[in-house]
Design a protein around this ligand. Structure first.
Ligand code: ADP
Ligand code: ZN
Length: 750
């Protein structure tokens, strides 16, 4: 006879029990076998279950039939099958695929899909009240006016609505909530448990969108057809303002009309913008958001709503890809080129690439949109693996901004008076003139500098000492309005010292180079009557503050915005006609594979903020190297030539996307042990045709959070399957205690 689940896992009952493999969200490479108590059947792949693991109880997912040769007597039973829909097969496929590709433990990938474990618990019921009697005379309660009103309200409560809480009922009757409880105690009202899931309004796919231009209509037709078909990937490429969003909304409408769900992935930063509002305007209801900054309770609600199929559209950051959509029909990846889709911590995956895997597994369309698609995606489109849909023109005939470089060698910025002393300037005279003219016309200026804080380096004028992070090989960045020095890698903070910590000289520490705050200081002095605002991730606290600021800018309440990349994307400011790029060369230094591509994408995107409506825009790009291919491509608008040169350069050295790349970062507190481990890895590096191992060498951040970091790079031809090579390689090297290796397949920026 079967014992109750949760009893001691006896051997007695499982003689003939079926066994299944259950994957747990812990760092393991494979599922474990468990026995299915016969009365729990049918148990099928995807079912969420609770099982014993050591002395704990864990929640996992049935992954398939049990196979391992665990003796029957050792097999432990599944304790409970949870009352949530099974994890859909395409999501399980994605998890398998993602683990195999990134070499992350399978259970660790599952963990991303079960990121809010409390979402698996049934919602806690609240107490509602229904009338138990027709009249108070049926009880021993004295019939007061207040009591009569409450009983009446309870009897009149529409049966289509869940029974009201005490407060709701009291409000309806116009009395205090204690009256309700008194009536319940006296037997006039019955308390009933009510389980409520938050109400979700469905977007309406049949609302009319804007009238599309012929270009847009053609593009929308292609996307709608893709949304009706099976698996496909389409690149929608169009300059900023060409209407990519309006066009892919048509594919969203098509998918919703067919009763399937839609996922829109945006780079984290773009979620603060007006996207959800635009969606609501188009479809009459907001999309469900999903990103890491959301309150846990909200994430719980949305996870459940997705799992139960009550949500039809999610707009989210990369982790939304691991939500349990029961019938996903379309994924859109907006700003497909954005580095934010690559996760660096935990499982290092690129959501853009994994979206394609999810689309194939679910047999539905994937659409990538960008004004500056990545080289990978462009090559995929050229090779015919992705369909290509261009949107060549800005909507409504708005002109693209005129982009000019401003050669800093020919136009050196002139020092200005700061508290009676000459201070360095970061703005060349022609830019200052253009700013002046723009403000006089009542238009707006955006100065773009992708650097938070006041100055990236603080240096002692007496001894040359540089203020460095004690935990990282990085300079401390001055944040003047908060009067502190801060590490942008580990968040170490210290007050700005009065004297140099090395030589003790007073007042000798000086800022070096500009951050947005320092540019703002100069602008405030040169344009004393202009209304300024600094927009950076540390000055905009939260999505609400960001949205408010964007609205103020849109309404013309600001003259000059000095912003980092939070200002680069998605916004549409009708009065903004001048963009000044303070330091276009900033991202180009260093040996990063994607430095040029990324700089081009970012600067192109920022330029797109200028002149989107009737007023033409102008972009001035300050650079010390106007002949650089990135600057030339920006000015000419010729992304094609730029990408061709990029492609050639990378092909010559067999770098991605022409070759494969895997980074191995060895880290630990003890530098000597890290170096030794790096050398040991190099000694047993795989020797195979078309495979090359470089390093070890200090990683770009050689010390991070006190961890020393050395790196090896495995480079291989595209035809090589690198995962088995790397797996065998790691298995062959025994690491000393305290040293770990992080594998990053397709590292993004390095
Ligand atoms: P992109 O995503 O390519 O930058 P958007 O879809 O954001 O372009 O469109 C830019 C602006 O033009 C938006 O304000 C959008 O509402 C407007 N727009 C685009 N297409 C149309 C259209 N067919 N009718 C009306 N407004 C449009
Ligand atoms: Zn640090």
């Amino acid at each position: 006879p079967a014992t109750a689940c949760g009893d001691a896992p006896g051997a007695t009952l499982f003689g003939a029990a079926r066994r299944v493999a259950v994957l747990l969200p812990v760092p393991v490479d494979a599922p474990y076998d468990y026995a299915v108590p016969p009365e729990m059947e049918p148990v099928a792949p995807g079912d969420l279950v609770r099982v014993p693991l050591g002395k704990r109880i864990e929640t996992g997912v049935v992954w398939g039939e049990g196979a391992a040769d665990v003796p029957e007597t050792k097999l432990r039973p599944i304790l409970e099958r949870l009352d949530v829909p099974p994890m859909p097969a395409p999501l399980r496929d994605l998890i398998d695929w993602c683990a195999a590709y990134t070499l992350a433990p399978l259970g660790q990938v599952l963990r991303m899909a079960l990121s809010v474990p409390e979402a698996l618990d049934p919602p806690k019921p609240r107490t509602g009240y229904t009338a138990r009697v027709a009249d108070l005379s049926e009880t021993t309660l004295r019939a007061t006016d207040a009591r009569r009103k409450v009983l009446e309200a309870a009897r009149a409560w529409p049966s289509s609505e869940p029974p009201p809480a005490a407060a709701d009922l009291a409000r309806r009757a116009g009395v205090g909530a204690t009256v309700v409880r008194g009536l319940a105690e006296g037997g006039a009202l019955a308390p009933v448990p009510v389980v409520e899931e938050p109400e979700i309004t469905a977007p309406d796919p049949h609302r009319a969108g804007p009238a599309l231009s012929p270009d847009q209509a053609r593009a929308a037709d292609v996307l709608r057809a893709a949304a009706r078909g099976g698996f496909s990937v389409t690149l929608l490429e169009g300059v900023t303002g060409s209407g990519k969003t309006e066009v892919y909304f048509e594919a969203v409408a098509e998918t919703l009309a067919r009763g399937r769900q839609v996922l829109v992935l945006l780079p984290e930063i773009a979620l603060t913008a007006r996207w959800p509002e635009r969606f609501r305007d188009r479809f009459g209801a907001p999309p469900a958001p999903w990103h890491s900054d959301m309150p846990r309770a909200q994430r719980r609600d949305i996870w459940r709503a997705v799992a139960f199929g009550r949500v039809s559209v999610v707009v989210g950051a990369r982790s939304a890809l691991f939500l349990p959509f029961p019938d996903l029909g379309l994924i859109i990846i907006d700003e497909e080129h954005d580095g934010a889709f690559k996760q660096e911590d935990g499982v290092p995956y690129n959501a853009r690439d994994m979206a394609v895997v999810r689309g194939r597994a679910g047999a539905h369309a994937v659409v990538m949109a960008s004004a500056t698609p990545s080289l990978e995606t462009v090559l995929n489109a050229r090779a015919g693996r992705y369909a290509f849909v261009p949107l060549p023109r800005r909507h409504g005939g708005a002109a693209l901004p005129a982009i000019e470089t401003l050669d800093l060698r020919a136009h050196p910025p002139e020092k200005w008076q700061r508290q009676g002393m000459l201070a360095p300037s970061f703005l060349a005279p022609p830019l200052l003139d253009a700013m002046d003219a723009t403000i006089r016309r009542g238009e707006q200026v955006l100065l773009f500098l992708n650097r938070r804080g006041y100055a990236p380096l603080t240096l002692c004028r007496a001894c040359g000492h540089r203020m460095q992070c004690p935990n990282c090989s990085a300079w401390l960045v001055e944040h003047r309005h908060r009067r502190l020095l801060q590490c942008h890698h580990c968040d170490y903070r210290m007050p700005l010292p009065e004297t140099c910590p090395a030589c003790g000289t007073a007042d000798a520490l000086a800022p070096c180079g500009p951050g947005v705050e320092r540019v703002a200081e100069e602008v405030a002095s040169r344009f004393p009557t202009a209304r300024l605002v600094v927009a950076a991730s540390d000055t905009l606290l939260g999505p609400t503050a960001a949205a408010e600021l964007m609205e103020r800018i849109e309404q013309g309440a600001v003259d000059i915005v000095i912003g980092t990349q939070v200002m680069a994307k998605g916004h549409h400011f009708p009065l903004l006609t001048l963009v000044g790029v303070v330091d276009a060369d900033l991202g180009l230094s260093g040996g990063d594979l994607r430095a040029a591509e990324r700089t081009f994408q970012l600067l192109h995107q920022v330029s797109g903020r200028a002149g989107r409506a009737e007023r033409p825009g102008r972009v001035l790009v300050q650079t010390a190297d106007p002949e650089h291919p990135v600057m030339r491509a920006l000015v000419s608008g010729d992304a094609e030539t730029f990408l061709a040169v990029e492609a050639e350069t990378r092909q010559a050295v067999m770098m991605p996307p022409f070759g494969r790349l895997v980074a191995l970062v060895v880290s630990g507190l003890d530098e000597r042990a890290v170096i030794e481990a790096g050398k040991a890895l190099a000694r047993s590096a795989p020797r195979a045709a078309d495979v090359e191992v470089l390093g070890p060498a200090p990683a770009p951040l050689a010390v991070l959070r006190r961890q020393h970091r050395h790196r090896l790079l495995l480079k291989a031809a595209r035809s090589v399957r690198v995962q088995p090579l790397v797996r065998d390689w790691l298995a062959a090297v025994k690491l000393p205690p305290g040293v770990r290796v992080k594998v990053d397949v397709d590292p993004y920026g390095f």
